[in-house]
Design a protein around this ligand. Structure first.
Ligand SMILES: C[S@@+](CC[C@H](N)C(=O)[O-])C[C@H]1O[C@@H](n2cnc3c(N)ncnc32)[C@H](O)[C@@H]1O
Length: 273
């Protein structure tokens, strides 16, 4: 397990994922109490003065977002969450999905974040300690999430693997489809990198073969997908999205590609099937 999200925290891909997760959460909470399941939770909070300085990914991502003046509402919501994390100003700390979600839950809601790596789990447990409604759970998120989703109908699930294992695409697709089979009312968001089209198409085919149904695909391509060794973009694939998801995805991916992308950057939002 070599993956360290601290190198990537606050990059363009976190912006896409987190701005859309905040929107999905707000929609689902408006409909009543919610359980949020996070298969790959990470540490929950990142100090951008460490690994992120070397990678410079946060500099090209969240730092530019906070410095920008014309932020549409969904991007503004993420900016507000980052400001809340840095009450003294600046962008030293960046909230991961567990903290972003836990802060927005109320009585009757629940968050469970699964984390496989013990030292990261210890950090996550510390970050979630003040939140009665939130729980950090050790072990494999793929293995545990389907039973939890079945026990909490209508949950919101984030599947956000590091994609360092060769089977992450298959396991992510199979788990998402299994959740929908166990609970057709669940909303499942799967984050994937975009390196080349064949890998991404294979992932969508696998979802379809698993019976996951139609999916909203929110793509943010920072540059043309010509170098398969690079993360040229990312996608959030949402199964059973709430009404308005297409416009929300267009707002987030459009802003990210326009403001943070290179020549040839573009956003694509479309529905499979
Ligand atoms: C991309 S990071 C998660 C970021 C987090 N979702 C966020 O948005 O802030 C992926 C995390 O998954 C953990 N991980 C890897 N394989 C896992 C598995 N099978 N089950 C649970 N966690 C896993 C890694 O240790 C890493 O902390």
């Amino acid at each position: 397990m070599n993956y360290r999200h601290s190198f990537h925290a606050g990059n363009f891909a976190d912006i896409v994922k987190h701005a859309l997760m905040l929107w999905l959460l707000a929609q689902r909470r408006a409909a009543g109490a919610i359980t949020v399941l996070d298969t790959h939770a990470g540490a929950g909070l990142y100090d951008l003065s460490g690994d992120a300085v070397r990678s410079r990914e946060a500099e090209a991502g969240i730092e530019r977002l906070i410095a920008s003046e014309d932020r549409p509402p969904l991007i503004e919501a993420l900016a507000a969450a980052v400001t809340e994390t840095n009450p003294g100003g600046g962008t030293r700390f960046y909230p991961g999905s567990p903290l972003l979600v836990a802060r927005r839950l109320g009585r009757g809601d629940r968050y469970i974040g699964f984390e496989l790596n013990p030292p990261v789990l210890a950090l996550l447990s510390e970050v979630l300690e003040p939140f009665d409604v939130a729980e950090a759970r050790g072990g494999d998120g793929y293995d545990q999430v389907v039973a939890e989703a079945a026990a909490s109908p209508g949950s919101l699930v984030l599947i956000d693997p590091p994609f360092e294992q060769p089977d992450d695409y298959h396991r992510a697709a199979d788990t998402a489809a299994a959740i929908l089979r166990a609970d057709p009312k669940a909303t499942v968001a799967v984050w994937t990198p975009m390196k080349d089209m064949e890998t991404f198409d294979g992932f969508l085919r696998r979802l379809d073969q698993g019976g996951a149904g139609r999916a909203l695909v929110a793509e943010a391509r920072l540059r043309p997908l010509t170098n398969p060794m690079k993360m040229n973009g990312c996608a959030l694939v949402v199964l059973n999205p709430p009404p308005g998801a297409e416009a929300a995805a267009g707002e987030v991916c459009g802003w990210v590609t326009e403001r943070l992308g290179e020549a040839g950057a573009r956003a694509e939002v479309w529905t499979t099937g």
